[in-house]
Design a protein around this ligand. Structure first.
Ligand SMILES: [Zn+2]
Ligand SMILES: [Zn+2]
Length: 280
């Protein structure tokens, strides 16, 4: 790992790159879909990624935008598409104006406010849809979907020759299905879990900031964060392949978090849980 490259993690076939510690820095890229979730203070691994999805305006998640836009501009990349809560568009644009003034350079970027439940295009076969999250400031989570072509169920038992014949006759044999591939929570209370497609995501990247009794559930909720005690009873409801925990507080070592998972999670669920690589 280096700060330039972040940590790499391949999970359920998805290649991720990033860095996440509560209150310090959070940014995870999914390069195959051209997407980066949050930008931390601005890190070099984000520079090639054309679409930036900002969950909320806290500095450890979003303060790197001016840096990132400047680096992209220096490399003459296409205009970066940056999605964020609607209420952030104006203040973030103001910040960019101040930096443009300091730098004596006109930056090109597109800031767009998002709505929960609406679909936004990415490069095919991907698109994304924001979902509600519950933090101390305006926030969204994001689900990346993959549009997949399937044979309609009624044709699945037919032999290839028969399918070929029907295709020639102009029968529509395929249907398109939107599969939730990857969800990213940013910072939120546990209620983000109520969105069905988030629970169905192949991979769910979720924040769990607090892991033991040194912080109470009430305290975590007051700060708009998740305590592991609230995750445990919901694990059975997750229908995807892997949950990747991000945003653990720096007060816990990786070994300590792994001990907690080992001690508290039912055996049949353990293999679904992954801790995003971290430096401590
Ligand atoms: Zn955070
Ligand atoms: Zn936050």
């Amino acid at each position: 790992m280096s700060l330039e490259k972040g940590f790499n993690l391949t999970v359920a076939g998805l290649k991720l790159q990033g860095y996440s510690i509560a209150g310090t820095t959070t940014s995870v890229a999914f390069p195959d879909a051209d997407v980066c979730f949050d930008v931390a203070q601005g890190l070099p691994f984000q520079i090639p990624i054309p679409n930036i999805l900002i969950t909320h305006g806290h500095m450890d998640h979003a303060s790197g935008l001016p840096y990132l836009i400047a680096m992209k501009s220096m490399q003459s990349q296409a205009v970066p598409q940056v999605y964020m809560p609607e209420s952030l568009v104006k203040p973030m644009s103001d910040i960019m104006k101040v930096w443009a003034h300091i730098d004596q350079h006109e930056y090109r970027f597109q800031f767009r406010g998002v709505e929960n439940g609406r679909d936004y295009p990415l490069k095919p076969p991907y698109f994304f849809r924001p979902f509600p999250t519950y933090h101390r400031v305006a926030s969204h989570g994001y689900t990346i979907y993959e549009k997949k072509k399937h044979l309609k169920p009624e044709f699945r038992t037919l032999a290839p020759a028969e399918l070929g014949r029907l295709r020639k006759e102009g029968v529509t044999l395929d249907e398109f299905v939107n599969e939730p591939l990857l969800s990213f929570t940013g910072d939120s209370k546990i209620e983000f879990f109520d969105t069905p497609d988030v629970r169905r995501s192949k991979v769910l990247l979720m924040e769990v900031t607090y892991w033991d009794q040194k912080k109470s559930v009430e305290n975590a909720r007051e700060w708009g964060h998740i305590h592991f005690d609230e995750v445990l009873p919901r694990l059975e409801q997750f229908q995807g392949e892997k949950i990747v925990f991000i945003h653990a507080s720096a007060r816990y070592t990786t070994a300590y978090i792994k001990e907690i998972i080992e001690a508290r999670v039912p055996e049949h669920i353990k293999s679904k849980l992954v801790l995003f690589p971290r430096p401590m």
